[in-house]
Design a protein around this ligand. Structure first.
Ligand SMILES: NC(=O)c1ccc[n+]([C@@H]2O[C@H](COP(=O)([O-])OP(=O)(O)OC[C@H]3O[C@@H](n4cnc5c(N)ncnc54)[C@H](OP(=O)(O)O)[C@@H]3O)[C@@H](O)[C@H]2O)c1
Length: 346
């Protein structure tokens, strides 16, 4: 039975509880006044205590991770967070929904509306394609009113949230050329998750910076889809991600072509008007740094001119505003709560 009342305690399940985004969900939910974690899943079969998987949760949760089926999870909770890799999520989501809960999916499986685009960028056929048009894209600053009645929220990607929030006011006002927007993006290593990979070993990435997936990064169609929705005309970006030798954080330096004249002060005012009343976007005068937003749900944005070239600068914490913080914002909206509940001070 889905829960609608903001007054009762919401029962929360976390699938893929051993990973990084799950850890951040646990941290935030440990302070949440009206949500309680009732189930946590793993493929491990020895029922590990959550504190043995994530030692920083010691004393905060008395809970074991279990190898539960989506049906078992879905019938025992009000909201399930899928912290699973793509393709694993689309296996679980239909069963969770059928069992009666609502879902916030942190993977990419329900972010693209077009199944052909999913197949092109992810290299797999979508096995739940008919549900793609029902999923609501969970970026509250853009799609807030659509989220409260949703059954399935597709939580955005981390690079995508940063890029979209940095460009939406300019696209919405028709101030920039929607084609050929260059996004130079940098991410900390935790953006790739806790599951070990050769390229993420300390000895591979420490004291080194590299670019990757130039021309074929999977966040490209997601950024283009949402910004096309915002502006009502096709947006095309050149998205260039880099791996930085730091734990967490996203920094985007974006080069749009301004179609009209404007000053830094005018553009900052435009951004402030666009995000008025949005508690987690801070339009700042200074150049932001990833440290300013580490462990918080804030996205900090500013603009500069380099001669005639407009430069937009934006930062988030990939695991909070880029994943679990915005997932809690979405959960709050699904539950009819103030979207800041549990998130201020994190
Ligand atoms: N990291 C970020 O900054 C970030 C940001 C935005 C979105 N996301 C997305 O959020 C999702 C979770 O990311 P994460 O960083 O938390 O990943 P992670 O640290 O690698 O954790 C994923 C968890 O999913 C479980 N899992 C792995 N393969 C599975 C499979 N085939 N079937 C079922 N369960 C499986 C694993 O748990 P067990 O081995 O215990 O079963 C693993 O701990 C991903 O889709 C990712 O793309 C991540």
């Amino acid at each position: 039975m889905a829960m609608n009342s903001a007054s009762a305690m919401a029962r929360i399940a976390i699938l893929g509880a051993t990973g990084y985004t799950a850890l951040e969900l646990f941290r935030i939910l440990s302070r949440h006044p009206t949500a309680r974690v009732v189930a946590a899943t793993t493929r491990q079969t020895d029922r590990p205590l959550i504190s043995s998987i994530h030692p920083s949760l010691t004393g905060l949760f008395d809970l074991s991770c279990e190898n539960l089926t989506p049906e078992e999870v879905g019938s025992s909770c009000d909201i399930a967070f899928c912290c699973l890799p793509h393709t694993a999520s689309m296996e679980a989501v239909p069963k969770l929904l059928h069992a009666g809960c609502r879902v916030v999916d942190l993977s990419a499986d329900y972010r693209l509306r077009d199944p052909a685009s999913y197949q092109q960028w992810y290299g797999h056929q979508h096995t739940d394609a008919e549900r793609l048009s029902q999923a609501v894209y969970g970026l509250p600053e853009i799609f807030g009113p659509l989220i409260p009645p949703a059954s399935l929220v597709a939580n955005p990607g981390c690079y995508t949230s940063t890029s979209i929030l940095a460009l939406a006011p300019l696209i919405a006002e028709g101030l920039i050329d929607p084609q050929g927007i260059v996004i130079d993006a940098k991410s900390g290593i935790s953006g790739a998750g806790r599951t070990p990979k050769l390229s993420n070993l300390y000895s591979e990435c420490n004291e080194s910076v590299t670019a990757y997936s130039i021309g074929n990064h999977r966040h490209t169609p997601e950024i283009e889809q949402v910004l096309t929705d915002v502006g009502g005309q096709a947006v095309q970006v050149a998205f260039n991600p880099h791996l930085m030798p730091m734990d967490r954080g996203i920094f985007c330096t974006i080069y749009p072509r301004l179609l009209r004249s404007g000053t830094q002060a005018e553009l900052l005012s435009l951004f402030r008007r666009y995000y008025a009343g949005q508690p987690f976007v801070r339009v700042v005068d200074h150049i932001p740094a990833t440290k300013d937003v580490a462990y918080t749900n804030f996205c900090d944005i500013t603009v500069r001119f380099n001669r005639d070239q407009l430069v937009v600068l934006a930062v988030i914490d990939n695991l909070i505003k880029g994943a679990s913080g915005v997932a809690i914002q979405n959960m709050n909206l699904l539950l009819g709560l103030d979207q800041r509940t549990g998130l201020l001070g994190c």
